[in-house]
Design a protein around this ligand. Sequence first.
Ligand SMILES: Cc1cc2nc3c(=O)[nH]c(=O)nc-3n(C[C@H](O)[C@H](O)[C@H](O)COP(=O)(O)OP(=O)(O)OC[C@H]3O[C@@H](n4cnc5c(N)ncnc54)[C@H](O)[C@@H]3O)c2cc1C
Ligand code: SF4
Length: 330
Amino acid sequence: MRPFEYVRAADAASAAAAVASVPGAKFLAGGSNLVDLMKEDVERPTRVVDIRQLPLRQIQRTRAGLSLGALATNTETANHPVIRENYPLLTQAIVAGASGQLRNMATNGGNLLQRTRCNYFYDTATPCNKREPGTGCGAREGLNKIHAVLGWSEACVATYPGDMANALYALDANVRVHTTDGRERLIPIADFHRLPGDTPQRDNNLEHGELILAIELPVSAAEFARNSHYLKVRDRTSYAFAMVSVAAALQLDGGTIRQARVVLGSVAHKPWRSAEAEAELVGRRATEDTFRQAAAAALRDARPLAHNAYKVELGQRSVVRALMRAAKLA
Ligand SMILES: Cc1cc2nc3c(=O)[nH]c(=O)nc-3n(C[C@H](O)[C@H](O)[C@H](O)COP(=O)(O)OP(=O)(O)OC[C@H]3O[C@@H](n4cnc5c(N)ncnc54)[C@H](O)[C@@H]3O)c2cc1C
Ligand code: SF4
């Protein structure tokens, strides 16, 4: 690991300033992603700003809904009684991730910002536009079994690997951020992560030095509590990232779908909310046939790479199964 300056921030403003003022600086939360990447020489921060002592751990009701502190751990969040009761999709998605030990360390803010698991990104001997812009993409013509089938660019075919964010996309969350000029701004979760385009080095729309304060869940998202399901398909049942995952949520009126959310994970550079699938669902009867049509719509624009065509059929089957479980038909 390379030498770096270690700074402990006293409050949100000084944390943001300590990162904003040094181009290579990074916040440190649970450290379960950042420190791994530093050991692999992928991340090379010149300054690490420890934010763990900031008062950003509360999970509390607000007028708008529920606010999840950026430093609340994944375990605290998944186990919170209000979340289990009103946003069970989020609990399911979090506990599908990593392991108990990791979830005890991982924070909500750090989880959102976890980086891709592309093998070439981790291997500093290979080209990678995300790690070193302009060097090329090792995965485009390399081993790309775990890579994207939707929304990729010639510059980068990586996926966003996390679970929690998929549920947050389905629940229309917002991310509250402390800006570098001392204000706060709310970023709708749909606008938080980015597609790779020509700038795959940028995973999200945060500016350098912006600090996540909280993730906010709207009251209205609780209307999906009765009919939601998080499905994660992976090589082994624990301690593995998804090949494909689906966050599915429905609002049913009798057997008719009033509102629907379908978000696919590990198929694109960001959680992939499928407007096409949702349009196939709204106003229709909740049946397996309807769900099959939605699944076909979700993957219609897929462009598989040499080694990941399996994700197209797996993605469709996963959408159907997640919707069947959400509707309590399976
Ligand atoms: C073996 C292993 C298996 C895993 N499996 C899964 C899995 O199946 N599913 C899954 O979803 N995840 C999985 N993870 C990833 C894990 O969930 C993340 O490492 C963790 O959530 C990151 O949180 P952290 O608090 O440790 O972040 P850190 O490592 O501290 O930070 C990550 C990034 O976020 C930035 N950051 C942190 N907090 C803030 C903030 N408040 N504001 C602005 N920037 C901030 C840091 O600067 C850094 O760039 C796995 C990790 C490991 C090591
Ligand atoms: S897919 Fe993206 S992260 Fe992976 S090697 Fe290509 S540019 Fe790098």
